[in-house]
Ligand binder design. Structure first.
Ligand code: ATP
Length: 388
């Protein structure tokens, strides 16, 4: 084509326009095609999902040495199943949620766990950072618990040599807030043991169907992390005497307690694991729990006397700036207060000082705090009676 030919450019323009237009159309159609392919893919997957048989949800109970797994299926029975290639068997632990294929023969997926009851049910603390110095009053109880639980943990040979069998389980009983948990934790700190705490009432309210398994796991862990102290708070929730086992909930509680008894019966008192339980309601406990070889040492944790109250107030004001405060006088006007309530008095006195814009706490702040806590105690007593 030569530029000198007149009129040629004008004739070409419609063709060029048409080509540009067609190119644009191709581009748009390609995009449309891509979008439709995407949609098609989506709908194919949806159809696939609708056609697929459902998986069965299950929970791992045990991984066998040959990498097969015992699971409890949501449909009922315990099953021994295989694991699909590509699934990391080391991620399968007791309690892991998994999906089985529809025949129930193979684990095909590890499900994201919304909550692991085992992790939620226990608090583990290796060598708690407190000692008997943090416990006020309770002198004879401190001595006793150290002798019957602490010493056998750190010097088992002493007992083996003399031929004395220390108790396996100790039961602390007394009103709420008197320092039962604190004493058990302080003992663990003192003898540098692992402290494992479970709250028995949670087996009844929160971990239904899991109680026996959690008890088994707690003891397995305690052996693994020995020396260790297993602390079972609110034992009465699973260890209460029952008139008859009516509902399935009752049977579940009974199973949890039987598992606990089996664990207690099954271990050697000198193998580095000790059990301390606590209750506010010893009157409710099943006598089976208190038989020799079980919780056969009872230690009463009473409300503190005046000397105990001075000590407890001293502990909780250790890091507080005080001015002309007479803790003896505060102890004298707090008869009937538990350790937890005395701690609340100290905290409230601190708040009063802050509210008054002061950088230290005075006797007057304490007196106002005592009144406030006493009113709160009174209200609670009216609402719930004496057992709360
Ligand atoms: P509950 O029966 O309600 O479980 P508890 O007897 O286990 O109560 P703790 O939980 O040990 O009581 O006490 C609560 C808090 O009160 C403790 O963390 C501690 O701060 C304070 N306290 C209770 N008793 C004492 C004590 N004897 N010495 C120092 N502090 C104490």
């Amino acid at each position: 084509m030569s530029i000198s030919e007149p009129g040629r450019g004008a004739r070409d323009r419609p063709e060029e326009d048409e080509i540009t237009m067609l190119k644009e159309r191709v581009r748009l159609l390609t995009m449309q095609n891509m979008s439709l392919e995407k949609d098609l893919d989506f709908y194919k997957k949806e159809v696939q999902k609708l056609l697929e048989p459902p998986y069965i949800e299950a929970m791992v109970l045990e991984v066998l040495p040959d990498d097969r797994v015992v699971v409890k299926s949501s449909t009922g029975p315990n099953l021994v199943v295989n694991v699909k290639a590509g699934i990391d068997v080391s991620r399968l632990r007791p309690g892991t949620s998994v999906a089985l294929n529809n025949r129930g023969s193979t684990i095909v997926e590890i499900l994201p766990s919304i909550h692991d009851p085992l992790v939620e049910a226990m608090e583990i603390e290796e060598r708690p950072p407190i000692t008997f110095k943090d416990v006020g009053g309770l002198e004879s109880q401190v001595r006793e618990i150290y002798e019957v639980v602490g010493l056998p943990l750190i010097k088992p040979e002493l007992f083996a040599e003399i031929g004395v069998e220390p108790p396996k389980g100790v039961l602390l009983y007394g009103p709420p807030g008197t320092g039962k948990t604190l004493l058990a934790r302080a003992l663990a700190g003192e003898v540098k043991a692992t402290f494992i705490r479970v709250v028995a009432s949670q087996f009844v309210n929160k971990f239904i169907g899991e109680g026996a398994r959690i008890v088994r796991e707690v003891f397995r862990l305690a052996r693994e992390k020995k020396p260790s102290i297993v602390f079972i708070d609110e034992l009465d929730a699973i260890g209460a005497r029952r008139v008859d086992i009516g509902t399935s909930g009752d049977r579940e509680v009974q199973r949890t307690m039987l598992q606990l008894l089996a664990e207690l019966d099954g271990f050697d008192p000198l193998e580095g694991v000790k059990v301390i339980a606590a209750t506010n309601r010893i009157d409710l406990l099943d006598p089976a729990l208190l038989r020799p070889g079980r919780f056969d040492r009872l230690i009463e944790i009473p409300l503190p006397d005046k000397k105990g109250r001075v000590e407890i107030l001293g502990i909780h004001t250790r890091n507080m700036k005080l001015k002309d405060v007479d803790l003896e006088e505060i102890a004298a006007i707090t008869e009937g207060f538990s350790g937890a309530e005395l701690k609340a008095v100290v905290t409230e006195a601190g708040f009063f000082a802050i509210r008054d814009g002061m950088s230290y706490v005075t006797q007057e702040h304490f007196i106002r705090a005592v009144d406030k806590v006493r009113n709160r105690m009174e209200k609670r007593r009216q609402l719930f009676g004496t057992h709360i």
